[in-house]
Write a protein of this length. Structure first.
Length: 110
């Protein structure tokens, strides 16, 4: 089941209060970026975050599941994305742990 526009807008409305959020649509679902680092997905009307050490520490009781069929990573399900204070703390802590985005180099023409 693809994420509904209503669920996407609800999640994004609250994440945008934190700032520096962007998304990219992928096959009816969305990749979620914070300050250009991939932090999670919006799939099946739920926000999933990568299971970084800080996210696991700050969301110790959160359920974990695979965001889509074929996913290799069990991710953290955020049950209250509207808790912007907690989400801000989690995303800023995750940002420090996640690797820098790979730079896009121009391909040389042969």
């Amino acid at each position: 089941m693809a994420t509904t526009v209503e669920a996407y807008n609800f999640i994004l409305e609250h994440l945008n209060k934190i700032g520096d959020i962007s998304t990219r649509k992928m096959m009816g679902e969305y990749l979620v970026y914070f300050k250009n680092k991939l932090v999670g997905n919006i799939c099946d009307d739920l926000l999933y975050l990568k299971p970084t050490d800080s996210a696991l520490r700050l969301l110790p009781d959160a359920e974990r599941d695979y965001p889509y069929e074929g996913s290799k990573t069990q991710m953290i399900i955020v049950d209250k994305p509207e808790n912007t204070e907690l989400m801000s703390t989690v995303l800023h802590a995750m940002y420090e742990e996640l690797p820098a985005p790979k730079s896009k180099t121009a391909r040389s023409k042969k």
